[in-house]
Design a protein. Sequence first.
Lengths: 271, 234
Amino acid sequence: MAEISRHNSFKPVMACLSSGKGGVGKTSLTVNLAFALAQKGLRVLVVDGDLGLANVDVLLGLQVKTSIHDILDRDADPMEVVVYVEPRLGILPASSGVPDLAKLGPEDHQQLGSILLPIAQNFDFVLVDTAAGIGSSVLWFNTFVDYNILVLTPDPTAMTDAYALIKVLSRDYRRQTFHLLLNQVKNEAEARQVYDHLARVASHFLNLHLEYLGAVPQDASVSKGVRHQKPFIKIAPQSKAAMAIMSHAERLRGWAAQKAASRKTAGEAGG
Amino acid sequence: MQTPLCSLTECPFGAEDCPLCAEVQRLQGECERLRELSHTDALTGLFNRRYLMAALDQEKERTRRTGLPTSLIMIDLDHFKRINDTYGHQAGDEALKWATHLWRKSLRRIDILCRYGGEEFAVILPGTRLNAAVRAAKRLQAAMEKAPMALLGRVVPLTASFGVDTYVHTEELTSRAFIKRTDQYLLEAKIKGRNQVCCRKPEKSKQSMEVTVDERSVLYGGLILPVKGKARKK
């Protein structure tokens, strides 16, 4: 996997939401977390990492004219491709039905990294919504970011696929910290139980400690949001799911604050 | 594309009559012929060892950039010395030509078949995974079985041993080391009794990547493991 040369200049916190299994609500959680972070005053970029089969734009009802595809293949200006849905919230859309982009090689990933870094510098937080599965781009995005968030629902297939992805990333790509975000749970107890099982397997077989990021409960407002192509934290801010998202966004904001603090310390030490 | 030393359109004598232009053209043709010769094996018409090394370097670079694997088959004709000793060197040469003729027909246009030296050959298979390369090697083996060689009016059974290996983009490996590694599988085929295909064992890491039965049992809560203590806390 190609190594990206890190710029010395400002770099935001980057996190990746992946799942292994499709249909666990990754895109919906990414978009809602992004809106929540923006609401908390952060400048947020959502990267649609499902390069060949995009759906962030669909979820938000956006009319997308250009995408990552145009930056890679037609030298489109990256800053013009970013669609602002709110003053502090930008979306970098991908293309739907472009098989070439679903199979990028190491050199393409290197190019993608060199495109993403300058765009990212205009934001405080970058959230990447990756494709399902353990394809090369999913793995690459997960090594490119600072934080790996695994989204899963409390069913055995989602648990197995999330674990498989953790296993590949830890063994082959030396990622060591994973944050679990449970979706569509009945209650906190169910979420904790799923987390406990996964954490126990990861500890025993991979010698890894998994972090519990939190859970988002089953909630009718989530599917209502998808149907209306609007984030559920906007159309039902008082819903259980929206409250959960706001609370998890606070954790994510903590990551950004932590990074800003360490940058400040480094700056003071250096200057 | 090379720039001609003498521009034929601008020759003051006219290109047809100019002795200098004629000489330049002859030298250009000669250069082309020598270039061809420098990477061709005279007997079989295949690419030679020098070309193999250059092509392998290039394909490995392609693998590093695209992520598509490059496979290599090393081939050795079995008991070739016996043919030379029994029927003479000319017959041996015929056998080499016969085998390469058969293999050429069984390979794809993008595959690069080279004479590595003596009765040893190499095939570079660009953008090819291990299992596809093993299938290709088995096709080469089958081609020899289907069309037995006739030497001096007699059917002479000739077989070959095959070693197959694959280079993936995450590996740091010189072309020479890649050939050496593949040669070990060829050696294994020889030791196991010749006329067979041996290859790198299918990705060990891939097998261990699969979620095992034990892991599944714990995941679904059926099996309780002793608490090992937190491995690492960030």
